[in-house]
Design a protein around this ligand. Sequence first.
Ligand code: HEM
Length: 496
Amino acid sequence: MILLLVSLSVTTLLAFTFIKSLFGQTTTKLNSPPSPWRLPLIGNLHQLSLHPHRSLHSLSVRYGPLMLLHFGRVPTLVVSSADMAHDVMKTHDLKFASRPKRKAVATFLNGKDVAFSPYGESWRQFKQKMVQSFEKVREEEINLMMEKIEKAISTSSPVSLSGLLSSLTSDLICRIALGRKFRGDSEEESDRYNVFEIVRKTMELSGAFPFGEYIPSLAWIDTIRGLDSKVEEVSNKINSFLERAMQKNVEDHTDKERSAFVDILVSIQRDMTMGFEIGNSELQNIILDVFLGGTATTFTLLEWTMTELMRRPEYMKKLKDDICSASPRKDTLYVSEEEVEKMSYLKAVIKEVLRLHPPVPIILRGLCEDVNLKGYDIAAGTQVIISAWAIQRDTATWGLDAEEFRPERHLDSPVEFEGQDFMYIPFGSGRRRCPGIRFGLAMAEVTLANLVKRFDWRAEVEPLGDGKPDQTEATGVDVCRKFPLVVFPSCAIFSK
Ligand code: HEM
């Protein structure tokens, strides 16, 4: 059998060489980026661990900042330096502006790939007017969370800070996007419409590896492990949640001022003032984009920030001093957003957390045209991973202490969030850059200022026995903590 196969291959090779020389055909040799060795059928998949951002980083240390991997049959370009990211997200931004079409994502979006950018103008208008006008909403929701913490203190019970932060971020996004918190009318409905759960499941399934898409002959594995049916189930949940939310929006707003993002979109839909039409399903997809883009990311940022601060009491103390000097009053408990603006150390802490724990550690894009990058040929259709996690830990740009949590490095630094400095891209860059930067930061900054000013914190979970919360990462598209952060808070200001 083996002999037969070998002789077949040799014959084919000879035939090919003969035909080529007969017709004098010359094929230009493509110069592909370096690739690690790969196995038949699965390509480089065996080199990815449950934490792909870490495996890709290790591979890039060996194969360089531009490498070509193969996930089954899908060629995947991995970009791991600021210089290469500049070429992809700035020089050739338009060519790299699509997102790979995964089956799960397409199902969630009802087959439509909605890029946010065509609606960028309406989002920009919405954003300018609205980031500040949602200040009251943030204050109300943060105060509700603070009350829950105070209640736990009065009964000396531990609290799941992760649980509180996930409710806070999903309630805030609900109010920004839909104008109201979305709770079902009954207990069963509340369970069915648990926004954070829906978002988490959607992110989890979007990140689950779909064998069938990369290796068609293994599609049966997706059926056996129930991936397809889970995608279907979550997609139905999303649709019924969005339909219910839109219906509530019509019922609620008969005589109220229309101020949430959905209201702006509905008014554009009616007036068609933007020069393009928004159909109902596009409208729902844009709202879904805001939910998926805004909830888990902001939650992850807050969860890691509290983890890092509880691991390093010296930074917690410095932050508390910064907050108390910008917000010295003890008569009013709430730290206002105007006061937060003066807190330079708080902003440096958040910047440092976004550098070491980017909630989106690998940014996915697609390539729609052939392109040449630094002498390497990349073919249209290649899937592209911009490895923000690796770029933001690169010692070549961040120095030898790149792996260390050190907020001070940002105090006098011109590096900003907007994606103009390619060594720092927690919100991406270019056409597909995150449209929610201001919303995300506004939520995170004022929440953190209030949590740190009013309470002292001690972590309950000490698996290493060193009195510090652990840093184990969950698996999935957004990298939050694996285990919930459980804490014992105590009152800070008034206990002193
Ligand atoms: C800490 C918070 C956040 C982080 C770290 C974050 C990060 C990101 C990143 C890395 C991308 C991909 C960018 C690219 O491809 O270049 C993205 C896209 C997106 N984000 Fe955010 N985000 C955050 C908060 C938000 C918020 C609060 C919203 C909405 C209110 C939001 C909405 C979106 C949307 C809609 C997209 C898709 C844009 C498109 O594909 O055109 N994000 N985000």
